[in-house]
Design a protein around this ligand. Structure first.
Ligand SMILES: [Zn+2]
Length: 304
């Protein structure tokens, strides 16, 4: 059986929010089968629980923000990406402020915490959404698409006309397994252009941004003294974001995702389009005696 999974023990961390710039404490807690990922704002009274659902994404300009009853949880994409990367189905994430901490701008610190604590199998099969026919959304030349595939594959293309991107590959493919994700994608940081920085700050965005949690680009080059973690860190981060944005569908997908110049808004449109089209997918479980295809089996070999 491919089982559901949760954390072995609670994890606590703190840091600042990328956009709000505020200090936030988070606790990631083990949760029962079929809970899914649920955010819990413990700084409001009464406490508000917000399920990690694409249908609750209220803002998706710079990050993916969940909104329920006027209460927000912003910048959920990297922690969602890390939880998916470690095959965690059930987890309650408590936080003391409206934004998930940005930490180093990648999913690596969350992966480190999850690996240190450990993940355990639960006594219920994992439920996958198997894509049965293609779904595509787009705007101008941008698009995001998911189609049938026995496994989970993500392909992304970007096109930045900037000198720093000349030497960097602008397409990347991830054949998802936890080991591939941790090694190839999880360390890729978010990036931003200095020219946009002032405009973002004037809108009260990026207030917590620094070279400790983002790759910064001036008109010619990467400004961070230590340079990049991967030659093509930018497009790998887009895959990291897509893994997190698509996990807001609420279940692991069996399908192939292809995107060009997509971002949080288009990824969310795709997730919502899939959820709303019941003819485009079916539930799949792999219980005792049902052998999954090799690509699916390797999606669950936990990364060390
Ligand atoms: Zn990101």
């Amino acid at each position: 059986m491919i089982p559901q999974r949760t954390l072995k023990a609670p994890i606590r961390a703190s840091g600042i929010g990328l956009h709000g710039g505020r200090q936030v404490h988070i606790s990631m807690l083990p949760a029962d089968i079929n809970t899914g990922i649920v955010f819990r704002r413990v700084d409001v009274s009464p406490v508000v629980e917000i399920p990690a659902s694409a249908l609750l994404v209220g803002e998706a300009t710079m990050c993916s923000t969940l909104i329920k009853d006027g209460v927000k949880v912003a910048t959920v994409e990297h922690i969602m990406s890390a939880l998916f990367g470690m095959s965690v189905d059930n987890c309650i994430v408590e936080l003391s402020s409206p934004e998930i901490p940005i930490l180093d701008g990648s999913a690596a610190p969350f992966i480190y915490l999850l690996q240190s604590t450990g993940v355990v199998a639960q006594a219920a099969p994992r439920r996958f959404m198997r894509i049965t026919r293609p779904v595509q959304v787009g705007e101008g030349d941008k698009y995001a698409r998911i189609e049938p595939y026995e496994g989970y594959r993500l392909s992304f293309g970007i096109e930045f006309k900037h000198p720093a991107f000349k030497t960097s590959a602008q397409t990347a493919v991830l054949e998802f397994t936890p080991a591939n994700y941790v090694k190839e994608v999880s360390r890729a940081r978010t990036f931003g252009f200095m020219r946009d920085f002032e405009a973002l700050r004037s809108k009260n965005l990026a207030l917590g941004a620094s070279m400790d949690n983002a790759v910064a680009l001036d008109a010619y080059k990467v400004v961070n003294p230590d340079g990049l973690r991967y030659d093509d860190e930018f497009v790998r981060h887009k895959i990291l974001d897509a893994v997190g944005d698509l996990y807001l569908i609420g279940a692991p997908l069996l399908g192939a995702y292809t995107a060009y110049k997509s971002g949080h808004a288009l990824n969310n449109q795709l997730a919502c389009a899939v959820l709303k089209d019941e003819n485009a997918w079916e539930w799949a479980t792999f219980e005792e005696g049902r052998q999954p295809a090799p690509n699916i089996a390797s999606m669950h070999a936990l990364a060390a």
